[in-house]
Structures are given as C-alpha cells and as structure tokens.
Design a protein around this ligand. Structure first.
Ligand code: KIV
Length: 281
C-alpha cells in the first residue's frame, strides 16, 4: 500500500510572512461538505460566527454559543488538510476578562484542532490579545465594522468616514498588532483608511469591504455563492447563484416524484434473488 504524503496545513507564521507579498485568499466555512470543496483553493478558512445568520437563521451574530462554534470548527478541521483553520470566539465568551478569553480560546483550540482564534475589537481588547498570544494562542483581530458590536454601533454601516472614527480604527488596529495578533480582518471601512492601516501594521490585513489595499481578502461563503440573499452588502460579489440552482433541482425532483419518473429502474433494487441452483436450470 502506498502512503501518500498529506500536504501540510499553512501555519500562522506562514500566513504572517505573507505581509505585503502574495495576497492571502480566505473564505468562511461552517460545514464539512463545503470546507472539503474549499480547502485546496484557499489559504485560510474562517469558521465565522456569521454562521448564526447563514446556517442558523438568526438576525445577528450575537446568539451563537461557544459549543456551536466548537462543533462547526471541529467539522471543518476534520474535513480539511491544507488551509489554516481559524475559529471565531463568539459574543460573550471573551470580552469580560483576559482569563475568560483564555478559557474560551483553550477550549476552541483543544476541542477543534484549529490553528487560531479570531476576536473582535481594538484598543479595549489589546490586553486580552497580549494575554492570549503570550500563552500560546494565535489570535486574528477584527477591526472597523465589528458585527458583535452591532447594538453599540447602531447598525451595519461602513466605518471610518469621519476623522474621529478613522483615528479610533487606526489606534484599534495598531493596538492589536502590537499586542501580538498574527493578522487582522478589516471590515467595512473606507479604502483610504484600510490602506493607511495596512501600511501602519507589520501583520497582514484581510479585507471584507476593506478594499484591495489589504494584504488579503475574505468573503462569507454563503454570500459569494448566492445562498444568503436576505441582504447584500456593497462589498459582496456573487460568484455563483447556488440558491437558484438548489431551487431548480428541488423543483425537478418534485416533478419527477409526482409523475413517477423517479426513482427509475437504475435507482431501484431488483426483486428477490433466485437461488444459484435454480438460476442454472
Ligand atoms: O464571522 C464572519 O464571517 C467574519 C467575517 C465577516 C470576516 O467575521
């Protein structure tokens, strides 16, 4: 039996070394079946808390629990072997204290086998990022539009158009980079701000509505495949319309069942087998 060498997963240090180099290609993934398809095409898969909306039908990311993130993170790790898997820490699992964040992150790393965690926030989370990274937890940051703060931000509008907001987001990104984050998502910000922040930090920035100035890009998989159509942010490009494909397949199946064309003989087990001796006669 030949043993095929499995390609090794990308590590956080390899991702970090891509600063200013080849663009980092990232997508979200939540399930084994989809992660398996994406793995060889991307550098990083994020098990994002956006699964609250895409998989579970909530209207924000807030209701997701740590157990839900761990179940999906483990499924994505089990079904992949190339991409660096990063799992979101959900709302309420890390904001209280660095110690609370460490307990949540340790569970995520140990129970999923993923390579890193992501958390939202800037200056106010820098102490936590430092606490985690000093204790062996690789952390991806997330600044700009931070969906877990939707209630405080007053909605999902893009960020960084006024000077005070720009200054704050710059301070946020610099603070978490200096605290040891290996990369950071910049979401929903003006291009000039994303460009300035990308130039100011030594770690890769991953844009989602952060403009081409970032060191890499990420999209929510259900958005880019046309599976989540409740609303479409400006930064989403739909590469396929799989929602339409799924509906068309279901319609075709329904018609075939109703008019008796499915199952056909090739999908049907034959009747009782005749004993060999009888068959020979
Ligand atoms: O949860 C998520 O999908 C994210 C992306 C928007 C980066 O955090």
């Amino acid at each position: 039996m030949s043993v095929q060498a499995r390609p090794k997963r990308l590590s956080v240090t390899q991702v970090q070394a891509r600063k200013g180099g080849d663009k980092l290609v990232c997508l979200t993934a939540y399930t084994a079946s989809v992660a398996r398809q994406l793995d060889s095409e991307v550098d990083l898969l994020l098990v994002g808390d956006s699964l609250a909306m895409t998989v579970y039908g909530f209207d924000s990311t807030l209701p997701v629990s740590l157990d839900m993130m761990i179940a999906h993170g483990a499924a994505v790790v089990r079904s992949t072997g190339h991409a660096l898997i990063t799992v979101d820490l959900p709302f309420g699992s890390y904001q209280e204290s660095p110690e609370q964040a460490f307990r949540a992150a340790a569970r995520v790393l140990a129970e999923t086998g993923c390579g890193a965690v992501k958390l939202e926030g800037g200056e106010e989370m820098a102490e936590t990022v430092l606490f985690l990274t000093r204790r062996g937890v690789p952390v991806m940051g997330h600044v700009g539009l931070t969906p877990q703060a939707v209630n405080a931000l007053g909605g999902y509008r893009s960020r960084g158009h006024g000077q005070a907001e720009r200054d704050k987001i710059m301070r946020d990104g610099i603070a978490i980079a200096e605290a040891g984050a290996f990369s950071m998502v910049i979401e929903g910000t003006a291009e000039s701000l994303a460009r300035e922040l990308t130039a100011a930090v030594a770690v890769p920035t991953i844009g989602i509505g952060g403009s081409p100035a970032c060191d890499g890009q990420i999209l929510v998989i259900d958005d880019m495949l046309g599976l989540f159509t409740e609303f479409t942010p400006k930064f989403v490009k739909r590469y396929r319309q799989l929602g339409d494909e799924i509906r068309a397949a279901a319609r075709e199946y329904a018609e075939e069942v109703r008019d008796g064309r499915f199952p056909a003989p090739e999908h049907t087990y034959a009747g009782p087998r005749r004993p060999k001796s009888a068959a020979a006669e």
